[in-house]
Design a binder for this molecule. Structure first.
Ligand code: HGY
Ligand code: MN
Ligand code: MN
Ligand code: MN
Length: 424
């Protein structure tokens, strides 16, 4: 049975696509293969401009905007029972430095599209619905990821991030204050469950960022859960020296010790089943000169697994493994992100399955390899996610692509799910 069929019909493929393409102009970049992507990282002026655009579209249809102390942005559709716990739906607006036009931002625009369609169809909802854009989900400019959703959920003390710096020495705290100052005209609200009501439910629409839906020709991914993630920063301190005069035997070479550490970590993270994900992708070297021995190296570790026991066992061994492998440098290993595996709620996965079936769309239950803000909503309320296919499974790359039709199918399922949850 289709709940709110006229709301589903009111979802506009063209309007959603047009908004995404307008946002894609903010921080537009071109990938190696010529693909159009974006570099619109958290708390940059481009991020602020994008937020203004979305607030404008939301206020034009009668939603009220508010912002909490982490910069999480809420666009509220009033229900007939305003005091009722709201249904939240959204994602993140920040991108990777070489990101795509759909990761995160589509979930915010899809939620706006779904709410707009409900209102155009004259569907009254008992509960308020809030479209949400979470601050700094990617964690690429400022680690960790999911800062906004973690703080909303009372998961981490926001003040621990104030001094976190990006590659250019800007601090998270200063950039957050600049954002909040730029949005001083928007009403403020308390921080999540710390100061406000628990949401009734949370639904996040997101591109799959993997190849499964496309390979199997499936329209909708009914996400069953998200694997666990752990991030670490390794800092090695050696001594710079002349490449031509300093004997190799007495050097304290931070790059050579990084290589030893990564080789040891590769052994620790070996997994013949190819389920485990271990990634080193950000390396900072100083003085970074070809003929001065490296004095310091900082490198990141991103480690993921669906089984909490493996995440704990292998993750807890990282520090000792690095320290045993390093020969000549000082070592500091700090954990910067720790997200446990989560399973989504049957109330939400069921609603997504029912909506897809009612709309004649093929659907498949599947886990998420990527982490999402939804991960931190799970302890608060029934939560779930809707995936749509990603071309060739590519993401975190300008070549990321989902078609207007695929994205519209996702938004129509979301509209029906929100109509159902907001009247439950
Ligand atoms: O890294 C992640 O999994 C997320 O997409 N930022
Ligand atoms: Mn994302
Ligand atoms: Mn991402
Ligand atoms: Mn995410």
């Amino acid at each position: 049975r289709t709940v709110a069929p006229n709301a589903v019909a009111a979802v506009s493929e063209a309007r959603q696509w047009d908004r995404l393409m307008k946002l894609a102009q903010l921080g537009a970049i071109t990938g190696a293969d010529g693909s159009p992507g974006v570099n619109r990282q958290a708390l940059t002026p481009l991020d602020r401009t994008a937020r203004r655009l979305v607030v404008g579209w939301a206020e034009a249809i009668g939603l009220t905007a508010s912002v909490d102390m982490l910069g999480n942005l809420f666009l509220r559709h009033e229900g007939t029972e305003p005091g009722a716990a709201p249904v939240l739906s959204g994602s993140h607006m920040d991108s990777q430095p070489a990101g795509g036009r759909f990761d995160g931002i589509w979930g915010v625009i899809a939620a706006l599209e779904a709410v707009q369609a409900l209102r155009e169809a004259g569907i009254a909802t008992k509960r308020p619905i809030e479209v949400v854009a979470w601050t700094n989900e990617e964690g690429s400019r400022f680690a960790p990821g999911c800062m906004g959703s973690m703080a909303f959920a009372g998961h981490s003390a926001p003040d621990t991030w104030d001094a976190v710096t990006d590659g250019e020495g800007m601090t998270f705290g200063a950039e957050l204050r600049a954002l909040l100052d730029s949005e001083a005209d928007l009403p403020r609200r308390g921080l999540g469950v710390v100061d406000g009501p628990k949401p009734h439910a949370y639904v996040e629409a997101h591109i799959e960022q993997g190849p499964i839906l496309e390979d199997e020709g499936i329209d909708i991914g009914v996400v069953t859960g998200i694997q666990g993630s752990r991030w670490f920063l390794v800092e090695l301190t050696g001594e710079s020296a002349h490449a031509g005069t300093s004997p190799v035997s007495t050097r304290r070479d931070a790059v050579q010790d990084m290589v030893r550490a990564i080789n040891a970590l590769n052994a620790l993270m070996e997994d013949p089943t190819d389920v485990l994900r271990f990634t080193v992708a950000r390396i900072e070297v100083a003085p970074n000169s070809s003929n001065s021995v490296a004095e310091t190296v900082r490198f990141t570790i991103d480690f993921r697994h669906p089984d909490a026991a493996v995440l704990t066992a292998r993750g807890d061994a990282i520090e000792a493994t690095v320290k045993a492998a390093v020969k000549n440098c000082g070592v500091a290993v700090t954990e910067r992100f720790h997200a446990l595996p989560v399973a989504f709620a049957p109330e939400v996965t069921g609603a997504i399955e029912r909506a897809a079936a009612a709309q004649g769309l093929s659907a498949e239950r599947m886990p998420s390899g990527a982490f999402h803000d939804a991960q931190f909503m799970v302890p608060l309320c029934p939560s779930g996610m809707i995936f749509v296919p990603s071309r060739r499974g590519i993401s975190h790359n300008p070549a990321e692509y989902s078609s207007p039709e695929q994205l519209a199918k996702g938004a129509r399922v979301l509209a029906q799910v929100l109509a159902e949850l907001a009247n439950s």
